[in-house]
Design a binder for this molecule. Sequence first.
Ligand SMILES: [Zn+2]
Length: 217
Amino acid sequence: MKLENEDALDHYIICRQCHTLHEEIPIREGTKACCSECGGVLYRYDSKLAEHGLALSISGLILFILANIFPLVQIEILGHEQFITIPKTVLSLFESGFYLVGLICAFLVFIFPLMIFLIYSVLFALLKMEKGEKIIKDLLVLLSHIMPWSMSDIFFVSILVALVKLIGYAQIHMGVSFWALIGFVVLDLYVTRNLHVYEMWMLRKRIFFKERENDRD
Ligand SMILES: [Zn+2]
């Protein structure tokens, strides 16, 4: 295949499964384009992607804040009560002298998930308003770098394991944050599986290329 210049690459899309190069063609609302070699999904067309994405990312932020400000669990051992919150768990690592573990934990369970949902919210708001072509590009690159480092789901599973081990020794009451964290983890998994970064790149291209073509006319 011979390409005349680098811009021509914008009209091609690579299959993430078999790495075959395909020409991008317009598809109808609610449909998807599949790879002719392996059948993997290349891209979908959802005209309401920005609206859906914005609603999901704001809901995610609200659940994340709720999960962090209220007690996660209340543990009662021999009449001694203790409330556990997510920030308190990380801080207790610092207080015990595990600075490096505390720092890694703070990034994986607090800073990265918060950053990802903040970036999603800003991205979808900008895409909805059809503004900020350069900022959207920078945010999409940043998002691709930090997305693999969000580990709220692993953190949640580790909490469950710890709680199962404590049953029999202590009385455990789930707090508001526990349910908010479940909601956040489910939403996080849904967003990761359904709102792909490449679809945001395509939406950006559709919005700003269309604008440029209209300007030219
Ligand atoms: Zn393929």
